[in-house]
Structures are given as structure tokens and as C-alpha cells.
Design a protein around this ligand. Sequence first.
Ligand code: HSE
Length: 300
Amino acid sequence: SSVSVFAPATVANVVCGFDVLGFAVDAPGDEVVMRVTGKPGITISKITGDNGRLPMDPAKNTVSVSVKHYLESIGRTDLGLDIELHKKMPIGSGLGSSSASTVAGLFAAKTLLNDQRDVAQLLPFAMKGEEMACGHGHADNVAPALMGGFVLIRSYEPLDVVRLPHPKDLWCAIVFPDVDVPTREARQIIRNKINMKDAVTQWGNVAGLVSGLFMNDIDLIGRSMKDVLVEPVRSMLIPGFYQMRQMAMELGAVSFGISGSGPSVFAFTKDEQTAHAVIQKLQAFLSGMKIHSESYVSTV
Ligand code: HSE
């Protein structure tokens, strides 16, 4: 038997919530086709859409490694599974590319095994994949990719994940400037000590954003999406970041920031038209700097 599973791209951090907030978009995303084989162990027979960048070796690929952890945890290492991974989103984009693949793989395995447990229980295995991909097992991409919508990682130890509501008329415009920003390095440049004054600003904003999500208050959401801790450092890796922010805000965006560790940027808007206007303007700006970009418009 075989199964085909899609998992979506995700925007982690949501500006002020470094490592604790993330949401899923409708598209892009990745697809895993998995089938049961006769021979114990995990194989990867095909990867498409990665320009040869991802390892086919099951010991080195985040999808197979996560699935292996999962099979071990449920005592089913007798099983043989073959993976086909179809990448349908850019790698190293800050859109949770490795998470989408890993989550699709874990969900495929769970489905083939007819394992009835809640999807959230797959999170620790997905986090293993993140650890392998960038050196840190953060959950703010894998949790929303698994559970959909907006997700808060209230705590990592113990793991406590909360689904949050969001206004239904919230749109997301994403632009991926094709420059190299590896998550591993984008994590290394962050300061690991912060000032009390900055901390106060940051947790005020996180609380404001979460309140806005519950209250359907898009203006409160916009006012709260400010980051004094991570963005000032990471924005240096994104060409024209502050100019892009100004352009997006002038076009009526609610907020603008880095998606995950970048280089993708995203804006929230109140309607689809504004989202399209934002991506058009930003893509024209990037192409003026000879930077190729890709863009996506989605509801949240
Ligand atoms: N929270 C992670 C980071 C997300 O900002 O490094 C990476 O996609």
C-alpha cells in the first residue's frame, strides 16, 4: 500500500515570537509519497525539485531520520518504508522547507501504520529533523505544519503546544529573495544576552499579538508585530529589508517582517488585493537589485 501526503510551508517567529510562534500557509508545500516495502528499513527512491541539493542517503535525510525515530518509538523497526520526496518549495528560504518535508513524511508513516494517535504526538520526531537540519530542534515550523493554523510553543521542556485562533480575513504576502541565508548561521549571529528593557518591549508585543489573534483585532496584531531582539541583527542579511518594509506599509500592509530565519519576508494584509500589490512592488524592487525572487499569497 502507498500514501501521498502534502504538508505546507510555515512562517515561524511571526516577528516578535522568536522560536515560540508560527503559522501555516495554504501553499507552497512539499509532498511525500510513501509505500510499504518487503524489506525492513527506510529507503529513499526519488527526490524531485531540489536541484540535487538534498541527500538521498536515509541516514542523512531529515525525512527518513525523523520517520526512523518514530518507527523506533513505536517498536516497528521490522517495517520497510520507501520515500519519494517531491519538493515544491524553495530550500533555505525561511519558509520551513525541511519542516514541510519532515511533517509530510511522518504523517505518511502514521497513516500507513494506521496509528490513531493525535498528530501533535508526532512533534518530537519532527523536531529531531529540525535539529538535524539546522542544529536546533525548534518547533515553530513543524508544529504549525502538522497542526495547521497559528500555533504557540508555550514551553519546550516539557513540550506544551497551543493552537491559537486568528481573524479569518487575514492575508499573507510572502516574498522569497533568492539570496543565501542558512538557518544555522542566522541562529549563530543572534545575541544570546538581552536587556531587561528590550525584554519588556518584546513580551509586551508577544502578548499584544496573541491578544489581537483572540480579539480579531487586526490593528492590535499589526502594532504588536515588532521585534527588538532578533530582527535588528538578521535584517542585515536581507538586501533592502527596511526599504521593503516601508514599501509594504505604504501600500497598506498591517505588518511586515522576516519569515523564520529569512531570507523570505512576509506581510499581513486585510485583503487579497493588497497582498498582491505588496508582492508586485517588492519583486520589482528586488529585480532592480538583480535579485531573483519568488512570491506567494495565501490566507492565514
Ligand atoms: N525560530 C527559528 C529561527 C525558525 O528563527 O531560527 C527557523 O525557521
